[in-house]
Design a protein around this ligand. Sequence first.
Ligand code: CTP
Length: 218
Amino acid sequence: MSGDLAGLRVVVSAGPTYEDIDPVRFVGNRSSGKMGFAIAAAAARRGATTILVAGPVALDTPAGVERRDVRSAAQMHAAVMAALPADVYVGAAAVADFTPAAFAEGKIKKTPGDEGLVLELVRTADILADVATHPRRPRLVVGFAAETGDLEANALDKLARKRVDMVAANRVGVAGSGFEADDNTLHVLDAGGGRVLGPAAKTTLADALLDLVAARLR
Ligand code: CTP
């Protein structure tokens, strides 16, 4: 395979995770998976052996990509760890931070007089942080940050806290960016400083982000 990423193994996570409450309900989020799928497509096109760990999304598998479908944060964690070692990990998935403390085997029913329901949630394992501190750590670990405000400050904090090499922050909760949109703007931060990619189509941004990745690996 030719291309500037030939010979590299790239693992990408994408999409949301669904945390089941009972057989018919789950806790999820609005990630479409488009950004992560675009990154996986571009990595494969540029010659990398590309593993895409995908949460529940309605997207076709990009050409040349090996796809592993998962549903929950725990399953995504296991699938990502199983895909190591790798040269690059890009954590584009919107992994649930919390999951129900217990799964109800039967559908939770309401009874007369119920005015509310308290759902107990517990923290999920942090896949990105676990990859970044793994004994066989990829040479480059890239995290994403979905923020509604204070983009750069939160991304800087994430860079240090999760020991990742690069953070791509994007704004969510506004039209034309973040979850579900086809376009996005990425504020990319690493130890060398920050730069803004876009606004552009997520497919264009995927290549721009991989240009930065390739430059870091040279
Ligand atoms: N992530 C992960 N495992 C988790 C949670 C998040 O790997 N259990 C990864 C995501 O794939 C993404 C990054 O961490 O690369 C996002 O970090 P997170 O701290 O979840 O971001 P926010 O949700 O934006 O942060 P916060 O909850 O602190 O606002």
